[in-house]
Design a protein around this ligand. Sequence first.
Ligand code: FBP
Length: 346
Amino acid sequence: MASNSKESAREDLRTDFVTLTNDILSRQQRSKEATGDLTILLSAISSACKWISNVVRKAELMKVIGVTGGTNVQNENVQKLDILSNEIMCNLLRDSGKTAILVSEEDDEAIFVEDSKRGHYCVCFDPLDGSSNIDCGVSIGTIFGIYRVKSEGAKPSIADVLRPGTEMVAAGYCMYGSSTVLVLTFQGSNEVNGYTLDPSIGEFVLTHRNMKLGPKKIYSINEGNAHTFDAAIKGYIDSVKFPPAGHTGKFTPYTARYVGSMVADVHRTILYGGVFLYPGAKLRILYECFPMALIVEAAGGKASTGRKRMLDVVPEKLHARSGIVLGTSAEVEAIEARYKELDAKK
Ligand code: FBP
């Protein structure tokens, strides 16, 4: 075989890829305190995401599209896929033997893992985020945040999860879009890595090392809710869409993008840049706002309620909600400045 065809064949046959498993294992080996428990837990989460990815892609064929006819604690119509992905997550997390408490968007109460399978970690998760997009095949995802129990000897309690986001040890999401991408960060690492699932080998392969927010001017908000926007949000949205009064010369408005799945809108915001806003208190703090805030901060951005750092919030109940703005630091700071101005007028 001629040398350049050998080269191109060699290129196609990449042999130097890093898998998620290897990456978290080498991270474990680099840390003296590591027991391997978090590695096993993350491996269970990645298996659950592979399984959910498979079900999502076959949903139409397996006739698991559509609603169950029931509603969840959020009073939302529950999709069949919501139930399926929730069961997959709960079973794999419980069977990992590394979890003490599970908090799921689909379960009213926290799940306390039985003694025989109990470990030291608490996982808060949205098994399938972006429910409104499930039936039309638009990108959806799984979001998760991980805490370590406050004290290993003590009986796990709700206090082990009703904590500020700054106490999470790791967070991530898995997006089921044109490809399946799992994005992960560890508290204090200032590093976000993305792994793309290669279904032919069933492995998540490192494709996005050390993701940092992109430079683009994009704003992402459901403007259908504009009648509910307060003066700070209204003022900011107007400032990125229209030239300021008396402006002469060229004005370049920001681009608007909104998928309606937080995972997809945040993933794009990280890769391209800009800001994602959901000002109304719809999104849940423990398994939507906190994980995304930890990831965006580690990618060099900011996440805020508009008035305070999202990760400093202390949720009062499992399914507590909050407004959120996250993305490029300058955009989030501009919105926070408008809230300061608004509150100063009160
Ligand atoms: P769930 O689908 O998990 O309930 O998540 C809420 C969500 O779908 C987010 O993914 C998304 O950002 C937001 O709600 C969309 O809300 P809206 O349809 O009001 O724009």
